[in-house]
Design a protein around this ligand. Structure first.
Ligand code: NAD
Length: 454
């Protein structure tokens, strides 16, 4: 049994049966049958059903959002956006069904065409930090490309995933096509990874677990997309609009209580602007409203679990200097917004992913030093560059080795632009114009116009 707790109060919310390897076997069998019919259906029919699924989700945005506030402690504003994002992902993927074109390639003596075929059954292993959007990033395009999906949500956040599976049936998706298997990683997650009936795994979570899954997928040459950790830089050059950069910096790492793989947790500031930037940043951190996630005014809620709170506390010891915001006391997994200063460049807090409301500020000398420092972790997911010099913005965008950068902004995720990591932040891309092709095999067919060979 999985025990779901409300992270803002520590009260039990639900218990959910945990899937066993036998449950996974049965789910794969049902999905395999459902996928055959789905792949054979007319593209227009698949698109129509996915649009209907999007419409049903839209009718339940408030319900899904409230569920996410309860099981994950997300602020209500964020949770509404997340449920709306599922609807938009389904709509976007539905628009791709009839546009999933192969190519025609010039050849002598015939016609050469490529056909994009579905993979079959796709296993999606999701984390707890954005349970709905991350599940839908893979599920929507995989279904649109003609696959069946088995989704294993994280242990702490199975409820919105289970509700989405009910809504899929309500919308008319075939039985068995999209199934949710709550369970533990080492049992249900591992059973998906090892199952020969699953053609691809999409894993989002820690780099450590991702590496183990990659090694296991190698046994079957199983297709794999990995969305892993990050320790992303927020580079502030002295010529930037410092007021704007300081005002935007807090929520770039405090959104979702810092449990965001794109969080800009390494604030790199040019030395000549360092003191002024900290002067502007201090009140901005102290004013962040931390509290009841169901309150519309709240900017930051609790951490997901006691384990995550202990992890953050193990990094942020009392002897470290910096800026500390406010957090509620009493029950709930609360940690205040924190910015650490005076650390060595290679201190654990400066290079390891903490996954909590904690950033470090480090000074740099010039553009070359900024790039060196920005690239000085094993990760490469996101990053921001603040400058008024357009040439510098472009040079830095090319030099930072990360998959998702923003200039004078912290935006990095849109369902219609590609998302994914360099280096140990991941493998492959999700979202964007090519989202569906990640769930297909390309088959090349040559048709001779010269008559049958004798
Ligand atoms: P996690 O790696 O512990 O778990 C992620 C998922 O994998 C869960 O569903 C879990 O049950 C499952 N899992 C665990 N062990 C498994 C195993 N042996 N076999 C199969 N499945 C297994 O990570 P988490 O604690 O849930 O999430 C936090 C981490 O995820 C952070 O490091 C964060 O950066 C990363 N993350 C990355 C992205 C991204 O898009 N790059 C997005 C969200 C989270």
């Amino acid at each position: 049994m999985l025990q779901v707790l409300n992270p803002a109060t520590e009260e039990p919310v639900a218990t959910v049966p945990a899937a066993t390897p036998a449950d996974v076997d049965a789910a794969v069998a049902r999905a395999t049958t459902a996928q055959r019919g789905w792949a054979a259906a007319a593209p227009a029919d698949r698109a129509r059903l996915l649009r209907r699924f999007a419409a049903v989700v839209d009718d339940h945005v408030e319900e899904l959002a409230r569920l996410e506030v309860t099981e994950a402690g997300h602020t209500i504003g964020n949770a509404r956006w997340e449920a709306g994002n599922v609807r938009d992902l389904l709509d976007f993927a539905a628009g791709g069904v009839e546009r999933l074109n192969g190519r025609q390639i010039p050849v002598a003596g015939g016609l050469d065409v490529t056909i994009l075929e579905p993979l079959g059954v796709v296993g999606v292993i999701a984390p707890w930090n954005f349970p709905m959007p991350i599940a839908a990033w893979a599920t929507a395009p995989a279904l649109a490309a003609g696959n069946a999906v088995l989704l294993k949500p994280a242990e702490t956040t199975p409820l919105t995933a289970l509700r989405l599976a009910e809504l899929a049936l309500e919308a008319g998706l075939p039985e068995g096509l999209f199934q949710v298997l709550p369970g533990t990683g080492p049992v249900a997650g591992n059973a998906l990874v090892e199952h020969p009936g699953i053609a691809k795994i999409v894993f989002t979570g820690s780099t450590r677990v991702g590496k183990g899954i990659m090694a296991k997928c190698a046994d079957q040459v199983k297709r794999l997309t990995l969305e892993l950790g990050g320790k992303s830089p927020n580079i502030v050059f002295a010529d930037a609009d410092l007021e704007a950069a300081a005002a935007a910096a807090p929520m770039s790492f405090l959104d979702n209580s810092g449990q965001d793989c794109c969080a800009r947790t390494r604030i790199l500031v040019q030395r000549s602007a360092y003191d002024r930037f900290l002067e502007l940043l201090t009140p901005a951190i102290e004013e962040i409203v931390v509290g009841d996630p169901a309150d519309e005014r709240t900017q930051m809620g609790p951490l997901i679990s006691r384990a995550q709170l202990d992890r953050v506390r193990s990094y942020v010891t009392d002897d470290l200097e910096g800026i500390r915001g406010k957090a509620p006391e009493g029950p709930g997994f609360w940690f205040p917004p924190t910015v650490l200063t005076g650390l060595a460049e290679d201190a654990p807090c400066a290079v390891e992913e903490i996954f909590g409301p904690v950033a470090v500020v480090l000074p740099f000398e010039d553009e070359a030093d900024a790039i060196r420092l920005a690239n000085a972790t094993e990760y490469g997911l996101s990053g921001s560059i603040w400058t008024r010099d357009v040439g510098r913005a472009l040079r830095a965008s090319r030099a930072v080795r990360a998959g998702n950068l923003s200039v004078n902004s912290h935006s990095s995720v849109r369902y219609w632009t590609p998302f994914g990591g360099y280096r140990q932040s991941g493998l492959g891309r999700e979202l964007g114009p090519d989202a569906l092709t990640a769930f297909t095999e390309t088959k090349n067919v040559f048709i001779s116009t010269e008559g049958p060979a004798l």
